[in-house]
Design a protein around this ligand. Structure first.
Ligand code: 6PG
Length: 230
């Protein structure tokens, strides 16, 4: 599953760099992307990908400092970015050490600086998303959709999930809807129900937040292991 996700990235990178001279990718946290990070950090990808033309953003971040074990940026740095030759300036992390309001404001400014002119955020070439057993994706959790979610590309939210840090900043469906490619990476039996409901259940955007992500003309791919697909 992770190998396929990396090979898709390599293809998307070739095309994006040929057409637009850079690749814009948004990463998720949690346990699932670790294997993906490991594969990217090793031969042949570590040597062959054009890291200096690749810019990384985060789909969401927990509000903890970057060296905290629960930091999504910290995890990606440990497993991937500390092992490849990428300019520090290409890593556009959400600053989890700030207050929620400051972290969101600053991230919105970062997003705006990569705007393609059509909207106040970048058109991501690729966003990797996970799925929680409760159906959340990025930090879009089950519950009422706030008006802010429909206006801003990034928001601060609070949500308890498996004892992970509750204060978070997340991209919203608006930001994902303009992405060129979205890849959901989902593994494990505990996700099977959420996968089924998201893809085949009744439309219920409050209960199954991943249903809120409907790209305008981008491509959505679900990469599942056997158990999540069961
Ligand atoms: C986070 C995430 C989150 C994650 C899911 C799945 O910061 O926690 O970005 O949306 O993708 O919770 O997490 P697992 O891969 O650990 O199951």
């Amino acid at each position: 599953m992770s190998q396929a996700a990396v090979e898709m990235l390599a293809q998307i990178a070739d095309r994006a760099i040929e057409e637009r001279k850079q690749l814009l990718v948004a990463l998720s946290g949690g346990s699932t992307p670790k294997r993906l990070f490991q594969i990217l950090s090793r031969s042949p990808f570590a040597q062959n990908l054009p890291w200096e033309k690749m810019h990384f953003f985060w789909c969401d971040e927990r509000l903890v400092p970057p060296d905290h074990p629960e930091s999504n940026f910290g995890q990606a740095k440990e497993w991937l970015f500390s092992q490849v030759s990428i300019p520090e300036g290409n890593l556009h992390r959400i600053r989890g050490e700030l207050t929620p309001a400051q972290a969101v404001e600053e991230y919105r400014r970062v997003l705006e600086s990569f705007s393609d002119g059509m909207q106040e955020w970048p058109r991501f070439d690729l966003a990797y998303l996970g799925l929680g057993a409760d159906g959340h994706t990025a930090s879009l959790f089950p519950g009422a959709i706030t008006p802010e979610e429909e206006v801003f590309p990034a928001l601060a939210v609070t949500a308890d999930y498996q004892g992970r840090p509750a204060g978070r900043v997340t991209l919203t469906p608006l930001a994902f809807s303009s992405a060129r490619n979205l890849i959901f990476l989902v593994s494990g039996k505990d996700k099977a129900h959420a996968v089924y409901q998201t893809l085949h259940g009744e439309k219920d955007l409050e209960q199954w937040p991943a249903q809120r992500i409907q790209p305008l003309d981008g491509k959505v791919t679900w990469l599942l292991d056997d158990q999540a697909a069961s």
